[in-house]
Design a protein around this ligand. Structure first.
Ligand code: ADP
Ligand code: ZN
Length: 548
């Protein structure tokens, strides 16, 4: 229970400072949790109204709230917004000169500043720490909290230090962590790292029912793109490309083809960038071609499509980027052009990273391969990836509209789950598929763990025999290779589909390992038929052959 005075003040501030009549969704509960001093964990999609969840408590409580935010641009934006509401909010980062710094600190110490935005790098600086210890702080908000985990995208090592810094300032400071993207594994990392096992979790559905998801093999992408975009004359859209060069090229390509398109990326002159962004927001330009890094500033409600001309780096990123479509609630189409060559290209970018970083990045890329290849409802795949299971197909994605061949499995599932049991649920999905199909050519662990002595070893070869399936190996242009590894790929697909359906799940403690879920255990007790779908044959997708 919170003080009635604070309760009233919250309502009053909501209306008088922010101009909102009522709370949206769970904001009310979240804000109560924060003002009552509890650790709070908020996972809501972009645009849901997360900022208010710390801004309103900050201006209502005594003292200053510290907001940790990863990007200076983001920080400045937020501070400008707060100032426009008449709130004393400031930021502390490397862009300030000495006198500005002094003023900020003075305002915090006097209690006038209600929100202090700070980058994790600045937080670790000794004199900032000394200063923060002197200040009266109300709580700490950790924005973009997924940056704490190396298993997500956007990992920021400095985020790992946040907890120890907070402890050195005041061990009792409550924390509110916020993010728009977190797989179950990343969620656990956040809680662990911020030491907030006791926190109250607020998580809303990530489903964006008005967005149509589609993947097309990248065969002749320029032609494919022009054809797609020309259906949307006069409507707003975003085309994401991997490089600045490609952004420029595609923007001109569209312009030559009569589309009002402009480029948008970090390499442009700031003036030009602002001009192009404004043109897009005002509708003077229909299509913005952008690099992923620079999509953040684009906030337009009536974006009718988001195209990924090149494959994204992770499903997290993909979901964020596609989330910029249809903010007004009307339909939006999210189209990805996919070719395995693009995945290989992305992998090359990671060659200077550490081994661990490279493996993580590769694992994230493999999720894109799986998403593009599986014939299962795309929405079920996307939401399942974030730990949200749908019990029906969505009917509003390409895989639902144009179904690949279906087949039912039951004994196959029992066998797969028994194999997980026999190997103590300690191995990755690929290993299980290798084991089931006696595919030891690329897997030394089978013999080293004596898995070739299990009765499940090779037992998977008994299934799918009569199927005339084009076993598909991404870019396995060699037919003999296709034959040879065919059954393993089939099992990988089946296991992947079991994951989408929540029968097996990723072990959040051990990265890459798959486990049987509660649903899976129930299945073992009384098995039932499950409908599955053939993978897409994407072997004709050659990537950017026509555009160098
Ligand atoms: P997020 O941080 O979750 O991406 P924001 O905090 O930026 O979302 O909020 C998205 C938009 O919703 C903003 O324009 C904000 O002013 C508006 N908003 C937030 N809460 C409310 C509310 N209770 N009533 C009306 N509008 C709101
Ligand atoms: Zn669907």
């Amino acid at each position: 229970m919170i003080d009635i005075k604070i309760e009233n003040k919250l309502k009053q501030n909501l209306k008088e400072v922010f101009g909102f009549d009522k709370f949206r969704g769970e904001q009310d509960k979240i804000i109560h949790s924060v003002v009552s001093g509890q650790n709070t964990f908020v996972i809501m999609p972009t645009g849901a109204g997360k900022s208010l969840c710390y801004q309103l408590p900050a201006i209502t409580l005594d003292g200053t709230a510290v907001v940790i935010s990863p990007l200076i641009a983001l920080m400045k934006n937020q501070v400008d917004q707060m100032v426009a509401f008449g709130i004393n909010a400031q930021f502390l980062n490397s862009t300030l000169n000495k006198s500005e710094m002094t003023r900020v600190k003075k305002d915090v110490l006097s209690g006038e500043c209600k929100l202090l935005y700070i980058a994790p790098e600045s937080l670790t600086k000794e004199d900032n720490l000394i200063f923060l210890k002197k200040a009266k702080l109300s709580f700490v908000a950790v924005d973009e909290a997924h940056c704490i985990s190396e298993w997500g995208h956007d990992f920021r090592p400095e985020y790992r230090k946040i907890r120890s810094i907070i402890e050195s300032i005041d061990i009792n400071l409550p924390i509110i962590a916020l993010t728009a993207t977190a797989t179950p594994k990343v969620q656990m990392d956040i809680k662990k790292n911020l030491d907030m096992d006791d926190s109250t979790l607020f998580k809303t559905s990530f489903n964006r029912a008005n967005l149509y998801y589609e993947v097309r093999p990248k065969i002749n992408p320029k032609k494919q793109l022009i054809q797609f975009v020309s259906q949307y004359k006069g409507k707003g859209g975003i085309v994401y490309c991997l490089s600045r060069k490609k952004v420029e090229e595609i923007a001109s390509l569209l312009a030559v083809n009569g589309v009002k398109a402009l480029p948008y990326h970090a390499g442009l002159d700031p003036d030009v960038r602002v001009k192009n962004q404004d043109a897009f927001l005002k509708g003077d330009c229909d299509v913005v071609c952008a690099t992923i890094a620079f999509g953040m500033g684009i906030d337009k409600p009536d974006v009718r499509f988001v195209v990924h001309y090149d494959a994204p780096k992770s499903l997290e990123g993909y979901y964020q980027e596609t989330g910029r479509a249809g903010r007004d609630g009307l339909d939006g189409t999210c189209l990805m052009f996919y070719a395995y060559d693009d995945i290989l290209k992305l992998e090359k970018f990671n060659k200077d990273k550490t081994v661990v970083e490279r493996e993580n990045a590769k694992a994230l890329l493999m999720e894109i391969v799986s998403y593009s290849t599986l014939g299962v409802c795309r929405r079920r795949q996307l939401l399942g990836y974030f730990g949200e299971y749908m019990d029906k197909d969505c009917g509003f994605c390409d895989n639902c509209k144009h179904k690949t061949r279906s087949f039912t499995v039951k004994d196959e599932v029992t066998l797969a789950l028994n194999t997980l049991v026999a190997t103590e649920e300690r191995f990755p999905l690929q290993h299980i598929a290798d084991l089931l199909t006696a595919n030891t050519t690329k897997n030394d662990y089978i013999e080293s763990h004596d898995h070739h002595k299990l009765k499940e070893f090779g037992a998977g070869l008994e299934f799918f025999k009569g199927d005339k399936v084009d076993f598909f190996k991404p870019n396995g242009k060699d037919d003999t290779e296709k034959e040879k590894f065919g059954p393993t790929d089939r099992w990988v697909s089946v296991l992947r589909q079991l994951m989408v359906y929540g029968i097996i799940e990723k072990d959040i403690e051990n990265y890459g390992v798959v486990k049987i879920s509660d649903t899976g255990r129930a299945f073992l007790k009384s098995p039932y038929e499950i409908e599955m779908r053939d993978d897409h044959d994407l072997s004709s997708a050659e990537g950017s052959r026509d555009d160098g």
